[in-house]
Design a protein. Sequence first.
Lengths: 830, 286
Amino acid sequence: MTATAEPTAAEFGKARKRKEDARLITGRTRYTDNMSLPGMLHMAVVRSPLAAATITAINTEPAKKLPGVLGVYTAADLDAEGIGLPCAWPITPDMKSPQAPPLATSTVHFAGEGVAVVVARDAASAEDASEAVEVDYDELDPVLDMEAALADGATLVHPDLETNRNALWVFDSGEAGSGSSFDEARSAAESDGVVVKRRFRQQRLIPAFMEPRSCVVDPTGEQLTMWSATQVPHILKTMAALTLGLPEHKIRVIAPDVGGGFGGKLQVTPEEVLALLVARKLNKPVKWTETRSESLLSAHHGRDQIQDITVAAKKDGTVTGLKVELLADMGAYLRLVTPGIPILGAFMYPAIYKIPAYHFACTNVFTNKTPTDAYRGAGRPEATFAIERMMDELAAELGVEPLEIRERNWIKHEEFPYTTVATLTYDSGNYEAATAKARELFDYDGLRAEQRRRRESGDPVQLGIGISTFTEMCGLAPSRVLGSLSYGAGGWEHASIRMLPTGKVEVVTGVSPHGQGHETAWSQIVADQLGVGFDDVEVLHGDTQISHKGLDTYGSRSLAVGGIAVVKAVDKVIEKARKIAAHMLEASEDDIEFEHGKFSVKGTDQGTTIQDIALAVFAAHDLPDGVEPSLDSDATYDPENFSYPHGTHLCAAEVDTETGWVKIRDYVCVDDVGTVVNPLIVDGQVHGGLAQGIAQALFEEAVYDEGGTLTTGTLADYLVPSAADLPHFTTGRTETPATSNPLGVKGVGEAGTIASTPAVVNAIVDAVRHEGINDIEMPCSPQRVWRAVHAARGEAKSTSQHTTETAAGGGLGSMDAQSADNADTAGGAR
Amino acid sequence: MIPSAFEYVAPTTVEEAVQALAEAGEDAKVLGGGQSLVPVLRLRLAAPTAIIDLSRISELRGVREDGDAIVIGAMTTHHDVLNDPLVAQHAELLAAATRTVGDPQIRHRGTFGGALVHADPAGDLLAPAVAMDAEMVIAGPDGRRTVPASEFFTTLFTTAVGADEVLVEIRVPKKTGWGAHYEKFNRVAQAWSIVAVAATVRTEGGSIAEARVALTNMGATPIRATAVEEALVGQQAGAESIRAAAQHAAEGTSPMSDGNADADYREHLARVLTGRAVATAAGVGG
């Protein structure tokens, strides 16, 4: 027997550094693109430069003649014309769903859609040949604007659907019986109260994960092994079988170390399907790895909604009704859960507030743009943004302190569990405590005083304070709730424990980490629950032949669902071991106590350890009658409820009214994510989430030009902030344990992203509200902020005498525009 | 992404480089630090037939003193420019602008000469070169010639360096004891300048005796703000007079509109940032 690490009683709550980081940071790991198999071929995708066009001819002959090229295939060549990429969330029975082929057949529907693939012996040859494929297009008018797309006589993205409307999804609390009628609330408020209406735009974002997507397919006989940089190996396996009619038991999907996803790798991609088709056709291993530009262009985008929000309230600020009307851009096709993303938000608009009447209607719209789908928060950031912006607008309308108006409406801690007007039952929370702590860390009163001083002195740099409280439904999800929403799968999670003869433990989990630190957190949980050493636990994941059952990682579900499955599996190991311990100690099972890895006989000093029992079970020389020689266990856990983390975020922003520059000076957040397994990991999740949420408020936007071309197609143009662009974060916590699971844990992966965007925008608007400004569209670029101030002051727009004949400097887009001239000048580009 | 195939030549002297360019013909490209050319190659926005890599030519690196000027080799990295005592002593404006270029990795790779010859109007070293009346020494088949900064930048991404020439060194007249500031305005730290202002001034007894101001990204080439300079000279170095002079900053400019800024906003920024740049250079508090 090898030495075992000393078990420590309190792994839970310990700020351990992550055990996976050494190999990730030093490059001693294998990402999908590192895979190299004997005889492996490389695939490149030829993509449409046009948003909408009829393909009149594809000439693959010149490309086929190039060195190293084994084949150039269109959809027809791969028999792929009839294949439709899966959409697992038909949100309404009459939802319109276009066929989504892995390669365009006769028509392209967005710029970046694949029209052919090239297969070559090396990646460079595939790249060269992809440029030699000649595609003739007849350009069509692209549909780019959601409102125009819904107008009578609009050009249709998919003429066979006879409409650009994908679906209309409605919830009404009066009809559902969960509340009263919004129309009545509005009528009452119009006569004796206030009605505030605003339109917000959730710009289109790009997940921009660090590791580009990549997959390798290895056909060995009938068996297909696919490595993929995916968040969802289990879903991918089942969906590949269903989509291509392949026998599921012949498919093995492996997600090795995966470098980020943020929802962007919650997908069954055209390229994964194409790699499967090509590998089967050629009976050779095939690899596809995208470039960064391909990723920004063709991997699914997020957000992109127009929100019309109406709030009815009494004069004292008590909200009496909320109406939400959304337009949500699907892009050109429905991907895995595209139509359901805004619906995930539908339940969160009432947020932490007691709102008696609620009406929600979302119209999903097709356009000739890259498909949208899950992106960190998925529907919930949009909802939180809208309600938190509206609370500030209502406060301004009524002249009430914005923190006070929130307090007047929120659910009090003694009112939990609380069933909202949107029918969710929040199990726990303490909004008062989180807000009080945030207020204290922030020096709220001091900053308000500074704000007054700057306003009175007419300082060109004004100060604004932004508030965002939030809660979210995460830990997806109770299967029956998903069923009631017509989601195509359940929300359970699986785990198993393997006790090795030497007392070491293998934990198999069905969730699929891609940067979260599950190996560390799961080891801490198992170390505590089973009483073994942290270093004696190995966590196995991401290979469907090792972790045969699972629903993967998204929606902040891994700990609150997958972690609980681990606990349930550990419980079963202990129960099995208890029987054997009783036998070994010649005592009654009822007299056996278990603590910190040790089984002992009540009231005696007799005992044995889980490690000794593991060895005894391995030998199996002397087990009780009828007991199998195994401590191993499986558990599949289906949560009874979502988890509802919450928090209060406060942002102080300086706005330079002369330039429009926004500087976040202080950012304080107090999050309540229930019980904390590893505070370091929680802080990391919050920091990353804040970065992405702040990025939406200030920096990021996927921009299309009038022709439907993505103009933010490189990271020089799509502005992902770095640490240098972000403020110091002050993170605090309150811990209100979830009552819906035995660990008391809640999700944390999306919290920062959900709460931070409205906190920042509220701060900016607050800084310039005295100028008469009540909104600035995101991202709040310096120009937008300056123009808002400029317009509010009634300063005429200075007319520029200059035409725009010259392209702007800076950004790789401008190099593109100049590349023809530039290429002629030796030394022109260094 | 993978560049198209090209011939690679790595000469060790300027003469060899010029020779290699002549042999490689029109579709050759010169590789300096690679911070602009390599992305362009990887995106296949350019597909040169040959790359002439200057990194092995040691005479192109380093800073030396030559009378009233300091002379900077074209292949001197931004990092080396920043850490050079001669630059610190005589060309504070150049140091200030260089500090804002990219990030430490980029500053260790990218070169002063490369940034000038690339001639991106949003590049941060063009305006300081113009403001300081730098001179560019260019080598070609017929020997060496010197071009003043005011004539060096001909249009967008284009300079006086011909297809068969290489930039050898940059002569920067000393501005010893001058105050300097580079006011850069961009959206994220690593982004190009939307607008930036290079200002260096010499004050005498509380008055501005001499002023040099040039603008980044206010047209196809860097633009000397001569009207601002004229308005500054002889004025008290005070917030109001500087602000008034800065109102001339957009005169004679032709800024473009793009996703970050429309032309009128750029003009406005040029005025505000010029005021700030000059005030800081002159040591005047806002």
